[in-house]
Design a protein around this ligand. Structure first.
Ligand SMILES: [Zn+2]
Ligand SMILES: [Zn+2]
Length: 375
């Protein structure tokens, strides 16, 4: 059962499904437990190192294995740690000595943030989202062949971006539920109820998109996805695969009121950017046609931008919205101190309005260019 009330309703209603058991009403399930819980706040008085360790451990416990392929009766082999960015075709191109950089979430004195860290290629961009058979079989058209603009390839790139995000959203919801189980009283805390509401609607929104991909796939009809493809005649030093809701169009007009009090579905776009072994770069940006009303004009205006303007815009869009992005070590290491700071802080400013304001005041907001890289 899906909660259809207001996202900004910051209390769990008595007759609403309980977060722990959606088939029970809150009032008759965890409400009393929540009222009686007097446990201390989590991690009170712990060192930062210990807090980071605990958060990581807690989140690690939410990991789960599933196969997002559409014909699960054909699943076989273990659910492996599938690469959302292809290991052979993409990560191989951007790694150096088997390593890449990525943004690693951490808690520091000032609160949660992300720092740029090294990661081994085999651990980069992986998630437990496909069984062994489907990871190979389903993605053959993009795994074995160069990008040709084929409609099925566009569909598969967009779908993989959805799958990696959906796995993450399911984990985030599970994370909130686990916090509720450990400290029932936070079910009465508006801040945590808000987290729960957001996690629930994210999962519901992604499920709707998933069903559309599934229908398309099962009917052999790949026309439900519109994709803009742009090929750059040089290879970039990063790769990204992600889906997210875009709040503003390129003129700053709100397309999706992500802070709205209404419970509207937040439609995703699907983004893949990667350099090819041939030394070019593919940019693929997609949306589902049911979201034409929201995204059609936005995509038309993206399509009309020349390479320089498009990449300038994507420089911002990628860092602002994508966690699943990996960088060539020499690119990160070649950044000046100032560029590197701008890089990290601009990434973090997507979660921190004050940080953004101070970067803007310093004139140091997005003072780097992902697409214009020294070799
Ligand atoms: Zn309950
Ligand atoms: Zn499978």
């Amino acid at each position: 059962m899906i909660y259809t009330g207001n996202n900004r309703n910051l209390t769990i209603e008595p007759y609403e499904p309980c977060p722990c058991h959606l088939d029970k009403k809150f009032k008759f399930c965890c409400y009393q437990k929540a009222k009686k819980d007097t446990s201390a706040p989590m991690a009170k008085g712990f060192s930062l190192g210990r807090v980071n360790h605990l958060i990581r451990e807690f989140y690690a416990a939410t990991d789960f294995r599933t196969c997002f392929a559409f014909e699960n009766n054909q699943c076989s082999g273990p659910i492996k740690n599938a690469h959302s960015l292809q290991n052979n075709r993409i990560l191989n191109v951007i790694c150096e000595n088997g390593h890449l950089y990525y943004f690693k979430p951490e808690v520091v004195d000032s609160g949660p943030t992300s720092v740029i860290k090294k990661i081994g290629k085999n651990d980069a961009s992986t998630f437990f989202g496909f069984c062994d058979f489907h990871d190979t079989e389903l993605f053959k058209p993009i795994e074995l062949f160069d990008y040709t603009g084929d409609i099925q390839q566009k569909f598969l790139f967009a779908f993989r971006a959805l799958a990696v995000e959906m796995h993450k959203k399911l984990r985030q919801l599970e994370n909130v539920k686990r916090m509720f189980a450990q400290r029932p009283r936070i079910m009465l805390d508006p801040q945590f109820v808000y987290m729960y509401r957001v996690a629930m609607s994210d999962v519901n929104d992604h499920q709707i998109e998933y069903e559309l991909f599934k229908q398309g796939f099962q009917n052999g009809d790949y026309t439900g996805v519109r994709t803009i493809h742009r090929e750059l005649q040089y290879g970039v030093k990063f790769a990204a695969c992600s889906s997210f809701t875009v709040r503003y169009d390129i003129n700053g007009k709100v397309m999706n009121d992500t802070f709205s009090t209404k419970n509207d579905r937040m439609p995703s776009i699907f983004l893949n950017i990667y350099p090819t072994p041939q030394g070019t770069t593919n940019i693929l940006i997609s949306y589902l046609n049911i979201d034409s009303e929201v995204y059609q004009n936005y995509f038309n205006s993206l399509d009309a931008l020349d390479d320089q303007k498009l990449t300038k815009y994507l420089n911002y869009l990628v860092i602002e919205n994508t966690e699943n992005v990996f960088f060539t070590p020499s690119y990160i290491e070649s950044l000046s101190e100032n560029e590197r700071k701008s890089f990290e802080r601009s990434y973090n400013s997507s979660m921190n309005v004050l940080e953004r304001a101070s970067l803007l005041a310093e004139g140091n907001y997005y003072k780097f260019d992902l697409f214009n890289l020294a070799p």
